[in-house]
Design a protein around this ligand. Sequence first.
Ligand SMILES: Cc1cc2nc3c(=O)[nH]c(=O)nc-3n(C[C@H](O)[C@H](O)[C@H](O)COP(=O)(O)OP(=O)(O)OC[C@H]3O[C@@H](n4cnc5c(N)ncnc54)[C@H](O)[C@@H]3O)c2cc1C
Length: 579
Amino acid sequence: MNNRASTWARLNTDSWDLIVVGGGITGAGILNQANRLGLHALLIEQRDFAWGTSSRSSKMVHGGLRYLKDGNLHLTYESVRERQALLEAAPGLVEELGFLIANYEGDKPGKTAYGAGLTVYDAMALTRSHRYYKGDDFRLLAPHLRDEGLIGGYRYGDAQTDDARLVLRVLFEAQADGAVALNYAQAEGIIREGEQVIGVTVRDPISGAVTEARAKVVISATGAWADGLRGQTGAAPKIRPLRGSHLVFPAWRLPVAQTVNFLHPLDRRPVFAFPWEGATLVGTTDVDHHGDLNTEPSISPEEVAYLMSALEVNFPGLKLTLDDVIGAWAGVRPVIGTGKADPSKESRDHAIWDDHGLITVTGGKLTTFRVMALDALEAARPYLPTMSHPDRTRLPLQELDLKLDQPPDEAQRRRLMGRYGAAASALIRGAQPGELELIPGTFTFWAELRHAARCEQVVHLEDLMLRRTRLGMVLPDGGESLLGRVRTMCQESLGWDDPTWEQEQAAYLTLWRKHYSLPDRALIPDWRVMLAQKQAAAQSESDSDSSQPRVLWLALIVFPIMLILILIMIGKRRGRWAD
Ligand SMILES: Cc1cc2nc3c(=O)[nH]c(=O)nc-3n(C[C@H](O)[C@H](O)[C@H](O)COP(=O)(O)OP(=O)(O)OC[C@H]3O[C@@H](n4cnc5c(N)ncnc54)[C@H](O)[C@@H]3O)c2cc1C
């Protein structure tokens, strides 16, 4: 793995074929594919790897049934195909997960429409995963779901991942094979020769040092931040940043064995409750994000109320309150804006622009990262004319030829191989007695912390708690109670003295409280009032709907009578004049 100081020194001495800016899934995918093609490639990330949207997604590796409903067959097909490739390439990291869609009396779309959609969805993957379950059988699959009017529902197969670990697996695989990646290295500006972009100036936000890196081509995979570098070429902004947020519940308070989909009672958008890493997540929202992109996004009070109202209606028996919420986070979708009034109607396809040698690739989804990476490299071909052609059928990750004999549980071995790839053996070898045990309430081994601190370019404690492991996202108080043991295991490997550890711990907990927990409760609207208002509005709408036929009848009866009366009166007048 790269040593930070020596990598920094190489930035302006190596002659790079390609510089990738942005260490999310798109950038990691490009670095990996470029490396396979034999390019001398560098990736720089302004904060931590996966710090942007790629650690804040809903963690679904999916075709997106919703896109099918919106008529975006191409995006659905591409995503389904990529899902299948990732399931094959990364067992233990990308795993199948069941999805449930309840069917209630009077539902629109109803059973037939969903059945047709799911048939097409399955056909795209050449599988048949969906099945309809009648009332009681469906209740067994989703026992806490609203019972009133429930007549059954569908179960179908999709997949789930750990998004940040997917980024790291793709990135570290490329690094193990010769590529270079540096976190906490910001591309501050572009370097040009005439019109042509030939490199970037890079700033280390920790030391303040600045250097230059030059390449035949620069690819900006900066997601929601894409307008920043493009703007320096004079290109007009294109991104509409849309925030999506999640709430985290302990699994015992909101127990779901698979993803439960439902339409939100306020706006009929699809919302999910799903199991992840030992907790239950609920999401997501889709709202314009007006905050500064360089500050961590947070869930707003209104989004909390929106998600709580969905739970209130769909899991009424659980009587969930804000006291049950153990965490929250928000991410910003890099969506190409076209000015649609409803943010959810904006396309989730990716786009590529070439501004004088600065190739920008943005939009898209976590699931489709390989397609985005290959398309971006194709767009860079004019600047890399000798680049060979990629094998588009090759799996997104190398197949592993690895036999682990620890831990004894097969599912756990699979999980470690999925998340750490070839480094899983080193992780196990480095484990101290008692560290191949799970951290209570999670699926994470203690040994993962030790390994990450030693080998995975951790710069701050938040990198370790939020992205190398996901403990800070699924444990109450961001896993504060574990920090004593984490310190004993990791402080030396991180090379931090006591004041540094204390400073890091304080900074991490401040960040967690501000951006990974609930906002001030006094500001959260009462979602029961919101639901009551919606119900009242729906009632008056249906009253006015039902009054329409009456108005129509009245019009049909009254109008001819009025007309006859008017004609009679006119006739009488004429008669009078005639008189
Ligand atoms: C709430 C939510 C739920 C989602 N759920 C799903 C899902 O379930 N499935 C799915 O497939 N997709 C999902 N997505 C979409 C998916 O997460 C994103 O499309 C994907 O993560 C974007 O990856 P990216 O690498 O393009 O951007 P990012 O992950 O944001 O990476 C861009 C990186 O560039 C860095 N950067 C920016 N400027 C600079 C600079 N000047 N110098 C250096 N670095 C820079 C940023 O720090 C950032 O880390 C979801 C998105 C959201 C918001």
